[in-house]
Design a protein around this ligand. Structure first.
Ligand SMILES: [Zn+2]
Length: 191
C-alpha cells in the first residue's frame, strides 16, 4: 500500500490506539517467508479490546508513505472477541540499534520451521513516542491473506541498526509483497 499523505482523509474523531503490552514470553518462528513471533498482549482501539496473536517482519517495508519504503517494518496482528483482525504497522529506519529487537535478534532461527522460546520486554519499548497513524481496510499480506483486516500504519518510524537489518536480510533478503492498488479504499489519518 502506498500511502499518499495529501490524499488521506482526516478523521474527525480519531480512534486512539491504547496498547497495554507487558513483558512476556514468545516463540520466534522461521516460517519460511518471515520471522514470526507468537506472543500475547492487550490493546484497545477506541473501546474495543484486542489480543495480540503474533508479529512478523518485512524488508523493505510493505507500506510506502508518499512512495518511499522504509528499510523494514513489523506487523503486529491483533484479534478482537468477534474474530476481527487489526494490524499495527511500525516502520524501521536505519539508525541506532533497536533495544527491543536486541532482546532476541541473535536467536533468529535460520531454518524454515525452526523455533525458539524467548523472554520479551514490553512491546511498548518497540513503539514510537507518537501513535498517530494512517488507517485503511486491507487483507493480511502473509498466508492465509485474510480479508477484512484494519491496518493502522504508524507515522513515526523507529530505528534499526545496519547490523540488525543485515541479520534479518541474511535470512530474508526481500520479503515484502509488491504494492497493492488502492482501488476504492479510503486512507484515514488520525490527525
Ligand atoms: Zn505482514
Amino acid at each position: 500500500m502506498n500511502i499518499v499523505s495529501k490524499s488521506t482523509v482526516k478523521k474527525t474523531t480519531a480512534t486512539a490506539l491504547q496498547p497495554d503490552y507487558v513483558a512476556t514470553t514468545g516463540t520466534v518462528v522461521n516460517t519460511g517467508t518471515t520471522i514470526q513471533v507468537n506472543t500475547s498482549g492487550n490493546l484497545k482501539i477506541g473501546t474495543t479490546p484486542y489480543k495480540l496473536l503474533q508479529y512478523h517482519f518485512h524488508t523493505p517495508s510493505e507500506e510506502a508513505i508518499n512512495g518511499v519504503h522504509y528499510d523494514a517494518n513489523v506487523h503486529l496482528v491483533h484479534q478482537d472477541a468477534k474474530g476481527r483482525l487489526a494490524v499495527i504497522g511500525v516502520n524501521f529506519k536505519k539508525g541506532a540499534a533497536n533495544p527491543y529487537l536486541a532482546s532476541f535478534w541473535n536467536k533468529l532461527p535460520a531454518k524454515k520451521g525452526a523455533s525458539i522460546g524467548v523472554n520479551l520486554p514490553s512491546l511498548k519499548e518497540l513503539l514510537p513516542a507518537s501513535l498517530e497513524y494512517y488507517s485503511y481496510a486491507g487483507s493480511l499480506t502473509t498466508p492465509p491473506c485474510t480479508e477484512g483486516v484494519r491496518f493502522y500504519i504508524l507515522k513515526q518510524p523507529v530505528s534499526i541498526s545496519a547490523e540488525q537489518l543485515a541479520t534479518f536480510q541474511k535470512l530474508f533478503p526481500m520479503n515484502a509483497r509488491p504494492l497493492q492498488p488502492l482501488n476504492e479504499r479510503v486512507i484515514k489519518s488520525s490527525n
